[in-house]
Design a protein around this ligand. Structure first.
Ligand SMILES: Nc1ncnc2c1ncn2[C@@H]1O[C@H](COP(=O)(O)OP(=O)(O)OP(=O)(O)O)[C@@H](O)[C@H]1O
Length: 338
């Protein structure tokens, strides 16, 4: 697999203040890579460096096999960029804006533009000054996708879009990837990224905290567990749960007993990590009810934002993910509460 983006040791200073502290990551071609981080983490700055809108203070960047600082407009044409804020002239229409961008980005099929506008439900003949925030965002998306670029760099792409249009956007991303494109997108909330991304990098204060797949975040997150069982004493249920790795916060109580037979035992606990060891132990019980809730990924990410250190020994001295954070597939268990 080739790599559409390779970033090594990326640093950016604005005046004396460094806001990116040596980022290392790579994005495999034909995948969706999401960067999430709170406001001010450095997502936009990273994207602007990739596009050579601003220049890094140190480090190297390769985009589609080229150094953006050398490659100029030829590389720019192969990229579709949605900036965080699209600056539009007031006295023009969406159609004129797209014509302007098409002149820069190269040949655009008018039929494709028409289809995208229809899917996004965007009136291209409306004056841009009359466009709502969501409609401006649609126009921004349209100009990023319209020339079928090899790489899409999308800064907070779902911002301002209603849920139906967000679904259209996710379909557009899937289709672009099916056609071989690579997508690099940012968000400050995981829920927007988790639907689209193969790999997620969490950026905090100009450093990558972790790069992992959504599946790994899911495994690292804490789930609530609740079940009822019959024919077992509460302390036996408690002992059984104590044997399961990742189970914590256990509370067991007997719901009813008739004096002759053991009643129903209700257990609540939290689980972080893999479910299989739990399932093996639970199979020994006579369950009458079982709920294992969806993991709270937002909470897992917020824990990482809050600066809880990684737990799997993957952190290097300078706080970055080990192995350059390059491989989707590594993760930390910083999200574990148990
Ligand atoms: N041109 C600039 N001059 C000075 N500081 C800047 C400039 N651009 C960004 N910064 C600072 O760099 C840091 C990172 O900003 P950046 O916009 O990259 O964050 P972000 O993760 O995209 O946040 P947001 O979600 O709020 O857009 C912030 O502290 C910001 O104030």
């Amino acid at each position: 697999m080739t790599q559409a983006i390779v970033v090594e040791g990326l640093r950016k200073k604005f005046g004396p203040r460094e806001v990116l502290h040596g980022l290392d990551f790579a994005v495999e071609s034909g995948t969706v890579f999401g960067v999430i981080g709170p406001n001010g983490a450095g997502k936009t700055t990273t994207m602007r460096c990739l596009l050579d809108i601003i220049r890094p203070s140190a480090g190297s960047i390769s985009v589609l096999g080229q150094d953006p600082r050398q490659a100029g407009t030829a590389l720019r044409r192969r990229i579709g960029y949605l900036p965080g804020e699209l600056h539009l002239e007031n006295r023009t229409t969406g159609r004129r804006v797209l014509e302007h961008f098409a002149a820069i980005s190269g040949p655009v099929d008018p039929q494709h533009v028409k289809q995208l506008a229809e899917r996004l439900d965007l009136d291209l003949d409306r004056q841009t000054r009359k466009l709502s925030k969501g409609n401006k965002q649609k126009l921004g998306l349209l100009q990023a996708f319209m020339h079928k670029p090899e790489l899409l760099v999308l800064d907070e792409p779902t911002s301002g879009l209603d849920p139906l249009v967000q679904q259209v956007f996710h379909a557009m991303v899937r289709e672009a990837v099916d056609d071989g494109a690579t997508v690099f997108l940012s968000s400050h909330v995981l829920s927007e990224v988790q639907q689209a991304a193969d790999a997620v990098a969490i950026l905090r204060d100009g450093e990558i905290v972790t790069v992992s797949t959504v599946e790994e975040l899911r495994t690292a997150a804490v789930r609530q567990l609740r079940f009822n069982s019959t024919g077992t004493e509460p302390h036996d249920v408690g002992a059984l749960l104590a044997r399961v790795p990742g189970v914590a916060n256990v509370a067991v109580r007997e719901l009813k007993a008739d004096g002759h037979t053991a009643g129903t035992v209700e257990a609540v606990a939290t689980l972080s990590g893999h479910v299989q060891p739990l399932v093996q132990e639970l199979a020994k019980l006579n369950l009458t009810d079982l709920v294992l809730e969806e993991p709270d990924l937002e909470e897992a990410v917020l824990t990482l934002y809050a600066g809880q250190p990684p737990r799997l020994g993957q952190s290097t001295e300078n706080g970055q993910s080990a192995g350059n954070g390059r491989t989707p597939g590594r993760h930390t268990e910083g999200a574990h509460r148990a």
